[in-house]
Ligand binder design. Structure first.
Ligand code: GTP
Ligand code: MG
Length: 191
């Protein structure tokens, strides 16, 4: 096995969108309900092998609460990758994500790989057939998706326009979490 390449990665996004939950899922393969908000930032590492390259992610999981905003540049400075997270059930969190992306595109490395991730997909999709509404005349209706506030199409269109990787994910159901890190690993330029 080749020597790992260290890659500094930062997670940004509003408080409670699930940044720490995504990292815990990726690093420790676990999930906790009612996680405490992060204070300052947390540091974790995890390796990932793609295309015969082993990448060691050095992950800075930042605190989303507004009072910590001014610390963020310390964590995204020299970062080669960023994951900007929003909550698909809360439209205001996408606006916050967009403002983080603008800040990264102005202030971070010019070749930084950025992924936009809409988390909490479990609250909106993959319902069992029995949970779907069936109307009186027997015709099947749209699956209950009332929790969703951000459409996949709108978020993806923005991501394509801004040149970002894009995913919808669930830290809770472990959906698309490893995929985000793998796709980032593939996009990191060779030294
Ligand atoms: P800050 O550290 O304050 O910036 O928040 P954070 O973005 O790290 O959020 P955190 O991971 O602490 O998650 C906030 C809450 O959302 C917790 O109660 C989690 O259990 C919950 N949560 C996180 N990910 C998911 C998910 O994929 N699905 C659902 N349903 N809840 C989630
Ligand atoms: Mg956190």
């Amino acid at each position: 096995e080749s020597k790992p390449i260290n890659v500094k990665l930062v997670l940004l996004g509003e408080s409670a969108v699930g940044k720490s939950s995504i990292v815990q899922r990726f690093v420790n393969k676990e999930y906790t309900e009612n996680r405490e908000p992060t204070i300052g930032a947390a540091f974790l590492t995890q390796k990932c092998t793609v295309k015969e390259r082993t990448i060691k992610f050095e992950i800075w999981d930042t605190a989303g609460q507004e009072r910590f905003h001014s610390l963020a540049p310390m964590y995204y400075r020299n970062a080669q990758a960023a994951i900007v997270v929003y909550d698909i059930t809360k439209a205001t969190t996408l606006e916050k994500a967009k403002s983080w992306i603008k800040e990264l595109q102005r202030q971070a490395n010019t070749d930084i790989v950025i992924a936009l991730v809409g988390n909490k997909l479990d609250l909106c999709e993959d319902l069992e057939e029995s949970e779907r509404q069936v109307s009186v005349d027997g015709e099947s209706q749209m699956p209950a998706d009332s929790a969703r506030q951000v459409s996949t199409e709108d978020a993806r269109a923005y991501a394509v326009e801004a040149g970002l990787l894009f995913f919808e994910a669930s830290a809770k159901y472990s959906k698309n979490v490893d995929g985000v890190f793998n796709d980032i690993a593939e996009k990191i330029p060779l030294e």
